[in-house]
Design a binder for this molecule. Structure first.
Ligand code: BDR
Ligand code: CA
Length: 333
């Protein structure tokens, strides 16, 4: 007898290479059921993000999963050009060609899709958000009860003890829309933050994706392997420990691992706020529980976030590999 997957997930994403890796982990994992993919600008424009989400799902034989197009720009600050040097101009490492696929966008905005699904399944759905947080912030504006309607939010973003990756203190997703991020951190979700503190501890070698592609002999895993090889060049040029194994940080896939295997992480719980402007724009700041801070903005009205601080890296890598090596792929649609 099969059991229903315990995690019913909306995946909010800007694919993006590690976003693609995370999507395929979610599709492959028996404890996750992906109910929809909501897209945002970030690694690419939102139009490209939606196109990539449709394409990745179709390749994997999961074209029935709805995909929506969401926010195209930050809520307040001016948007910036996507980082083509990291994810490629197409977000998937500049694929040399794409096969023809047939799945189409759901007409709703990403925010509306999240609200509709949360209202239909109160208390059941987890949002795994791995891009800038504008879709969730807009969904909150449409439905202020969203924190009670969703089961949980897990987000890849931010850094507490680890330096930033787009400024000395800011991580890219939070930097891309600090106002949206602060709205999400202060809304009252059951919220887990999977930031650079842990994602910088998990370096995945390209050889692992080559092995997965060889094993499956499938367009989906060939595409992922191509994308990861491009992405790994960027990281290997920047970080000597990544270059040593010719790899990349898993970033977004760690948000799903934190959902399926929270025992692999240690967390610290406290109030998180985001610096909205100035030199520290995009910094995620964690208020330590045992210190009294007289400054405003840190009172008990700010809900707690579980911030991932440590991760068991070898176990994570093994889990990602075994999940992607399992039999999860269907015929391209
Ligand atoms: C985050 O930024 C994006 O480039 C990645 O997809 C990930 O979500 C890492 O800082
Ligand atoms: Ca992402």
């Amino acid at each position: 007898m099969t059991h229903p997957a315990p995690h019913r997930v909306i995946y909010d994403t800007d694919p993006g290479v590690d976003d693609a890796m995370a999507l395929y982990y979610a599709l492959a994992h028996p404890d996750i059921k992906v109910l929809g993919v909501t897209t945002t600008f970030g690694n690419v424009t939102v139009a490209q993000a939606a196109c990539n989400a449709l394409y990745l799902l179709a390749l994997a034989g999961r074209g029935e999963i709805p995909v929506t197009q969401g926010v195209a720009a930050p809520l307040v600050k001016r948007g910036e050009a996507p980082p083509q040097h990291i994810h490629g101009a197409d977000g998937l490492g500049n694929l040399p060609r794409r096969v023809v696929t047939n799945n189409k966008l759901d007409a709703r905005t990403s925010a509306q899709f999240i609200v509709d699904m949360a209202r239909q399944h109160p208390g059941e759905i987890t949002v795994v958000a791995v891009g800038p947080l504008g879709n969730l912030a807009l969904a909150l504006a449409v439905e202020p009860q969203l924190p009670r309607l969703l089961r949980k939010v897990v987000t890849m973003g931010g850094a507490v003890l680890e330096p930033g990756n787009v400024s000395p203190v800011a991580e890219a997703n939070i930097w891309n829309d600090p106002h949206a991020a602060d709205a999400v951190f202060t809304a009252g979700f059951d919220l887990t933050m999977v930031g650079l503190d842990v994602t910088h501890q998990v370096i995945l070698p390209v050889s692992q994706f080559a092995q997965i592609a060889r094993h499956h002999q499938h367009q989906a895993t060939d595409t992922l392997h191509h994308a990861v090889a491009f992405y790994a060049n960027f990281y290997s040029n920047l970080y000597p420990d990544v270059a040593a194994i010719h790899g990349c940080f898993g970033h977004d896939v760690l948000a799903f691992v934190a959902l399926t295997n929270p025992e692999l992480f240690s967390t610290e719980t406290g109030r998180v706020r985001v610096a909205l402007d100035g030199l520290a724009q995009g910094q995620t700041m964690l208020r330590r529980k045992d210190i009294h801070y007289p400054q405003t903005g840190w009172g008990p009205e700010v809900p707690d976030t579980q911030v991932c601080i440590q991760v068991q890296s070898p176990e994570c890598k093994a889990l990602i590999e075994s999940t992607l090596m399992s039999a999860w792929l269907g015929a391209c649609v």
